[in-house]
Design a protein around this ligand. Structure first.
Ligand SMILES: [Zn+2]
Length: 175
């Protein structure tokens, strides 16, 4: 696990070494050229929205992108896509549950109950609570253990959790 700054230009022009970002093996696929787009630079400005935007992009990024993009081997070509499904779907379900809980069980209804005769909370809150207990740790583990962008500026994209062979190849080429 290493951290590396990749010049955005190298992602766009496809001049990165053909070494899998995740495992350091021979990479025959290039994917996700959009991670080089400056529009994704606001990942750091709004962490939560940036995260969801990033994983949503990964989900809809399509198959191999030709020359441009990050190098992945056969085994890891769907590395980001698999994680994107977990994170985006989990987040969508969370937002949907919160919305339903607000719409179906308005909190002011509790105040209209006579004292001492409070109804039990709506079952939706139970589901919501369980989902949060399930999804939040999963989200944290998937997000923090994954090879992922953690920073950058107009010139470079910083990737964390990359294989050291990939990091070494990028660093020796640009330096
Ligand atoms: Zn690999």
């Amino acid at each position: 696990m290493a951290k590396v700054s990749i010049p955005r230009e190298q992602i766009v022009t496809g001049s990165l070494p053909s070494i899998c970002v995740v495992c350091g093996a021979e990479a025959s696929h290039r994917r996700f050229p959009g991670v080089a787009a400056p529009s994704l630079a606001w990942i750091l400005v709004s962490p939560l929205l940036g995260l969801v935007a990033f994983w949503t992009y990964i989900l809809f990024a399509g198959k191999d992108s030709g020359k441009a993009g990050l190098p992945f081997c056969d085994r890891h070509r769907n590395y980001w896509t698999r994680r994107a499904w977990i994170i985006v779907l989990g987040f969508v379900v969370l937002v949907a549950l919160i919305t339903m809980a607000i719409l179906i069980a308005p909190p002011e209804a509790a105040g209209q109950q006579p004292a001492g005769r409070q109804n039990p909370p709506h079952w939706l809150f139970g589901v919501l609570g369980c989902w949060m207990l399930l999804f939040l740790p999963t989200f944290l583990v998937v997000q923090l253990s994954a090879m992922r962008p953690t920073g950058g500026n107009r010139q470079v994209l910083v990737l964390s959790g990359v294989h050291r062979h990939f990091a070494a190849a990028v660093t020796s080429e640009s330096g």
